[in-house]
Design a protein around this ligand. Structure first.
Ligand code: PMT
Length: 422
């Protein structure tokens, strides 16, 4: 399955290094050529000879060791690699990787590779939740590298929390997904293509959307009162753009139907600009048949002025009231026309968030609705973060912690991508 693939396997000094032994063993059985690089701390936890015996290749530990070949060895390894994995990746090694520090073989190699990189963090749960670690992982992701989220469970200290290295089969599956799926591979920034469509996932399994078409709506609709005035809302487009970026990173062809936005759209996606809900509706309906997944993160105005004036309304002749009428409910219409598409809605709520969102899930025939309480600090409109509940068709409700919209988008797509593949 991995015949002929060259894998650079970085092992840093976490107690979970023992699991890396089994991963190397399995990779070799699948036909890969595995070259292990250990940090000095890792060699104190597992003997290099163990990795050498199982991989059938010399283990690199010291950058200034006698070269085993005539060329600059670490560069030649980097050039040949199809994938670099770091498992376990400690907080220390993640920090070095995210900040360009190359003071050992592993981190030097990381700077030299242009192949996809899979980072498997493993550490104490408080360390994993620390803003410094979150930021460093975010940096690695923003360069197109994949991060396989650690699992929750008892840690080395016996405390329970998120920080465990996933089991060997999960790691091997993620590697096979990257190398075997034919999905566009994440390249190191050194290759100059980190922005150009790279698989990426915050969730385990790194499912791909290769070959799928995803439409994301973002921002606010703008409903004219007259040529200079309009009704709108506070949506910045950040949530929608984050969803688009995450879908792009999983290999999808992404079309963003964007209303009024203030955030910067991601590269590598098609943007269709619209103003009103009716224009958004037309843009979606005309592409719906060819679409596999629709994500409606846009804040659509429920009402619009019934009779927008063609001329600026004068101060002197101002109406006593502006008559409003209902806008079409775009998502409900898509739910009625659904033929195999996966539909994801967002619900902006201010009270009874989950119950109100569930009603929308049923009413609009959705597969998932992402409920956010837009009065919650750090959540909803204009923020860089969001805290949501995922309400699924089968009645499950998952509460997610506050996280960046970019991370949240990956979490959501990590769960939705397998439904699209089905
Ligand atoms: O853009 P940001 O500043 O990052 O803010 C993000 C957000 C708060 C806008 C986003 O997280 C969010 O909640 N988006 C949905 C906003 C909304 O319109 O919620 P709603 O509960 O009114 O609508 C439910 C769903 O139906 C939404 O997917 C909406 O796109 C869709 N809808 C609503 C009305 C309508 N006429 N047509 C629709 O398709």
């Amino acid at each position: 399955m991995l015949e002929g693939k060259q894998i650079l396997f970085g092992v840093s000094g976490g107690i979970a290094a023992y699991k890396a032994v089994e991963v190397v063993n399995r990779l070799r059985k699948l036909g890969a050529q595995v070259h292990v690089i250990m940090t000095p701390a890792a060699t104190k936890l597992v003997a290099p000879l163990t990795f050498q015996t199982l991989s059938g290749n010399p283990v690199r530990t010291e950058i200034l060791d006698e070269p085993k070949q005539w060329n600059v060895e670490h560069i030649s390894l980097a050039e040949r690699a199809d994938l670099m994995i770091v498992a376990p990746a400690t907080a220390n090694v993640i920090g070095k990787m995210a900040n360009g520090i190359a003071d050992d073989y592993l981190t030097t190699e990381f700077l030299a590779v242009t192949c996809p990189v899979l980072v498997c963090p493993a550490m104490n749960f408080n360390m994993y939740a620390h803003p410094a670690v979150r930021k460093n992982l975010e940096t690695l992701r923003s360069w197109g590298h994949r991060v396989l989220e650690p699992e929750s469970g008892p840690l080395a200290s016996l405390a329970v929390g998120k920080g465990r290295l996933p089991e060997p089969e999960t790691i091997v599956r993620a590697i096979v997904d990257i190398l075997g799926s034919g999905a566009p591979a994440s390249r190191s920034p050194a290759s100059g293509s980190a922005e150009s469509g790279t698989p990426e996932s915050g969730g385990p399994g790194v499912a791909s959307l290769d070959g799928k078409t995803v439409i994301v709506t973002a921002g606010a609709t703008r409903e004219p009162i007259d040529p200079v005035r309009f009704i709108t809302n506070r949506s910045s487009g950040k949530m929608g753009f984050a969803m688009a970026q995450a879908a792009r990173d999983l290999g999808a062809r992404v079309v963003v139907v964007a209303g009024l936005t203030s955030a910067k759209p991601p590269d590598g996606v098609e943007i269709i600009e619209v103003e009103t809900a009716e224009q958004m509706r037309q843009a979606l309906l005309s592409r719906y048949e060819m679409t596999d997944l629709v994500i409606k993160a846009a804040a659509v105005a429920d009402f619009r002025p019934a009779k927008p004036s063609t001329q600026k309304i004068k101060k002197t002749g101002q109406p006593a009231a502006i008559e409003l009428e209902l806008n079409p409910d775009i998502l409900k219409e898509l739910g009625e026309l659904k033929k195999g598409q996966v539909l994801v809605g967002f619900a902006a709520e201010t009270v009874d968030t989950v119950n109100n969102a569930k009603k929308k899930l049923d009413d609009k025939n959705l597969d998932l609705i992402v409920a956010n309480d837009v009065t919650d600090p750090g959540s909803g409109f204009g923020t860089d973060t969001n805290r949501v509940w995922l309400c699924w068709r089968d009645g499950r409700v998952e509460e997610l912690p506050l996280m960046s919209k970019v991370e949240l988008a990956r979490e959501i797509l990590g769960r939705v991508a397998p439904l699209v593949r089905e």
